[in-house]
Write a protein that binds this ligand. Structure first.
Ligand code: URA
Length: 209
């Protein structure tokens, strides 16, 4: 079974509280999501491999380390996932960005792909899917399936807030995937919103409500 990691760094928790607050406006919400994405990227990249190198300081030669060329890919799920991309690129500017768009078929209620554009070499990249809310898990399960079908072998899922239902759905469908959250909330309500959550992440990011 993949890991479920709740990133309880104090700065992440403090900023998440402001993100949840219904009185936080669009500008502050967007800035805070950006900052939390940077902090989460810091934690999620902890296990990147290093190699030894040598560097000349003004004083002497030093044995040192650098990243050993592992390539990363950030995969925002449209549209709310877009709010987490720049924050991650602050720390990992060489990462490539692939986009996934899914809508829910009104008849079958199943997610259907309407946009899928990835870097050509996703099979060699460590991919991090970003979506602020892991609610029912339907979108995450389908996104992971699509990436695997296109050859991806290293995938992590990073969300701000998860519901137990969504975590379970991803773990059942894709037991090889590690999930990183800033908070694991209580449940979903009858409209599949996370309780207590933060409301509609897309609307709050883009001011569409
Ligand atoms: N999507 C959101 O934006 N919010 C939720 O609570 C659940 C899904």
């Amino acid at each position: 079974m993949g890991k479920l990691v709740v990133l309880n760094h104090p700065l992440i928790q403090h900023k998440l509280t402001m993100i949840r607050d219904k009185n936080t406006g669009t500008k502050a919400f967007r800035e805070l999501v950006d900052e939390v994405a940077t902090l989460m990227a810091f934690e999620i990249t902890r296990d990147l491999p290093l190699e030894e190198t040598e560097v000349e300081t003004p004083i002497a030669k030093a044995r040192a380390y650098r990243l050993s060329g592992k390539k990363l890919g950030i995969v925002p799920v449209l549209r709310a996932g877009l709010g987490m991309v720049d924050g991650m690129l602050n720390l990992i500017p060489a990462a490539k960005v692939g986009h996934v768009g899914l809508f829910r078929d009104p008849k079958t209620l199943k997610p259907v792909e309407y946009y899928f554009k990835m870097p050509t070499d996703i099979a060699e990249r460590d991919l991090i899917i970003v979506d602020p809310m892991l609610a029912t898990g339907g979108t995450a399960v389908e996104t992971i399936k699509l990436l695997k079908e296109h050859g991806a072998s290293s995938i992590k899922l990073m969300c701000l807030i998860g519901a137990p239902e969504g975590v379970r759905a991803v773990q059942e469908a894709h037991p090889d995937i590690d999930i990183y959250l800033a908070a694991l909330d209580e449940k979903l309500n009858e409209n599949s919103y996370i309780v207590p959550g933060l409301g509609d992440a897309g609307d709050r990011l883009f001011g569409t409500k």
